[in-house]
Design a protein around this ligand. Structure first.
Ligand SMILES: Cc1cc2nc3c(=O)[nH]c(=O)nc-3n(C[C@H](O)[C@H](O)[C@H](O)COP(=O)(O)O)c2cc1C
Length: 230
């Protein structure tokens, strides 16, 4: 089976938001699809390691913020490369709250959902949910998973590494300095996690890491890493 075939499915990118006893949590997701229009039903699939998933299981509701092409790349790293278990991700971005759920301010649509059922798989939990409110915020091009795997990922990794190094919190209004893109000409091959985009940069050569070593960001094993130009 060639899993590259699945990258040709067209997905958007979304911030999945939930409430954790008054604290807001969230995750970057692409596995979202509308599956019925009467009533309006969507499915969302969460990795079983996701803390946002655990909160949705308890509260049975979540928000979706639809990302647009001009989103600050840091937003994707902030919600996709670290867990709400340890970080208050929403503190790092410009957001608003409606009905106890968080939404990214610079989004193109805000959608509120109530969970009807869940289906559990080995790797993921799929929520089937009814859309109970939706607002089309602005008319702009949605960011796709293909954009992410193509031109956008380098920007996301750079802004997230900068945040990790300097502890600088960025909001969407503070977009990264564009001149950095000049540096992308000097390409270098690194082992990259195909699930979350983490770039391995340790002193021990990647090949020599023990077989039970896992990605420090998303927890998948070594087989999910690929040697890529970064
Ligand atoms: C481009 C991209 C797409 C992702 N898509 C999903 C997804 O569809 N479902 C999911 O649960 N996690 C997805 N993830 C991984 C989560 O965003 C990531 O594991 C996050 O750290 C979970 O945070 P949480 O523990 O706060 O829920 C994706 C990550 C990236 C970088």
């Amino acid at each position: 089976m060639n899993l590259d075939a699945l990258f040709k499915l067209t997905n958007g990118l979304y911030i999945l938001g939930a409430n954790d006893n008054g604290r807001y949590v969230g995750s970057l997701v692409d596995a979202v699809t509308q599956v019925a229009h009467e009533p309006v039903i969507v499915v969302v699939s969460c990795g079983n390691q996701s803390y946002t998933k655990e909160c949705i299981e308890k509260t049975k509701e979540f928000s979706l913020s639809v990302l647009c092409k001009d989103v600050d790349p840091f937003v994707l790293g902030n919600f996709g490369f670290q867990s709400s278990r340890n970080v208050n991700k929403w503190d790092n971005v410009d957001f608003y709250v409606e009905g106890g759920l968080p939404y990214l301010r610079n989004n193109i649509a805000s959608i509120r959902c109530r969970v009807l059922s869940k289906t559990e798989f080995v790797s993921n939990t799929m929520f089937t949910a009814e859309v109970i409110d939706a607002d089309s915020v602005k008319d702009a091009e949605p960011l796709t998973y293909r954009d992410y795997r193509g031109y956008f990922k380098t920007e996301v990794l750079k802004s997230f590494e900068e945040y990790k190094k300097n502890g600088i919190k960025k909001t969407e209004t503070q977009t990264p300095v564009k001149e950095e893109s000049k540096m992308s000409d000097t390409k270098d091959k690194k082992w990259v996690c195909t699930v979350c985009g983490y770039v391995y940069d340790g002193d021990v050569p990647f090949e020599e890491l023990p077989e039970d070593w896992v990605c420090p960001l998303c927890g998948v094993d070594k087989s999910f890493f690929e040697l890529q130009e970064v």
